[in-house]
Design a protein around this ligand. Structure first.
Ligand code: NAD
Length: 289
């Protein structure tokens, strides 16, 4: 299959490489020269403009920073330039409203489009083990699955267009809340004379069980190996968690959903980012307690 790939950053670079490994012809574009160099090393053909990359393709995959950029790239350079038969797959994490708006514009031009944001970080992007949450029609999902599978551990049809973004923001709001709760519980145990490792042994087998505690323990040297054991380098940056929380808060406001804990989590990550913690893994909230 001929696939255009737009946005070859931390995530997109490895994803495009996995499409090449699966035997696809990948036509890559990014604004940054070093990203294009890496794409060429990984077997992609690179282009100087999106419009050139999408010419004659069967599918377009994008992995871009935010909704404004996604809308701009699709409306200016993809819709009307890729063949109408090309399936469009946006894997970026963006707001639900923009995902639906771009898909509607694409549909007007005869394209099927899916939103297909991912769970899993840079290691999963490189390793081809991302989980994709896909929003779109049944027919579009069946076509999308074929494109996404070489990059995936799981490809899940969440529902109609936009449903992938809804799943992603809800998942990450929950993740932020149980990460902060896990940090607080570990610290509370320690401050009250209970060794944190002992608390981990107990709570990871009791009703406090959760992914942040069991699989990604945010205290250095305690429980599961995580970025906490490497000074919170690598992992999932707090700045990206804050981005996802802002998307969730905007959707909560627009839909009138009550998200008191999500709002508090957003405030906590907001403060951590303002204090310079944006580049650290999101478990570094532990260091602020
Ligand atoms: P990144 O900043 O490393 O990569 C984005 C790439 O897009 C960059 O190479 C940039 O040059 C390129 N770009 C920006 N504007 C462009 C344009 N107009 N045309 C072409 N290329 C353009 O970001 P990332 O970490 O790869 O994240 C990409 C998306 O994936 C984001 O929406 C993010 O929220 C989501 N995501 C990231 C992670 C993670 O752990 N990094 C995990 C899950 C989801």
């Amino acid at each position: 299959m001929k696939i255009a790939f737009i946005g070859l950053g931390n995530m997109g670079g490895g994803m495009a490489a996995n499409l090449v490994k699966a035997g696809h012809e990948v036509r890559a574009f990014d604004l940054v020269e070093t990203a294009l160099d890496r794409a060429r090393e990984n077997g992609c053909e690179t282009f100087g403009a999106v419009q050139e990359a999408v010419a004659g393709v069967d599918a377009v995959v994008s992995m871009l920073p935010n909704g404004a950029i996604v809308k701009n790239v699709y409306t200016a350079d993809v819709i009307g330039h890729a063949p109408a038969s090309a399936l469009l797959l946006d894997c970026s994490t963006i707001d639900v409203a923009t995902a639906r708006e771009v898909a509607a514009l694409a549909a007007d031009a005869g394209h099927e489009m899916v939103d297909a944001p991912v769970s899993g970080g840079i290691a999963a992007a490189n390793g081809g083990t991302l989980t994709f949450m896909v929003g779109g029609t049944d027919a579009a999902f069946e076509r999308a699955k074929v494109v996404l599978e070489p990059m995936a551990k799981a490809v899940i049809h969440a529902g109609a267009i936009g449903a992938g973004q809804v799943a992603k923001m809800c998942n990450n709001m929950l993740l932020a809340i149980h990460m902060i709760g896990t940090c607080e519980a570990l610290k509370l145990a320690e401050k009250n004379g209970l060794d944190m490792q002992m608390f981990y042994e107990i709570s990871s087998k009791a009703t406090g069980y959760n992914w942040s505690l069991n699989d990604y323990t945010p205290a250095p040297g305690i429980g599961a190996t995580s970025p906490a054991d490497n000074d919170y380098q690598g992992g999932f940056a707090s700045a990206l968690m804050l981005k996802d929380l802002r998307l969730a808060m905007a959707a909560a406001e627009a839909s009138g959903a009550n998200v008191a804990l999500g709002k508090h989590a957003a405030e906590i990550y907001e403060a951590f980012n303002e204090a310079g913690g944006g580049g650290k893994d999101f478990g570094a909230i532990f260091t602020t307690l």
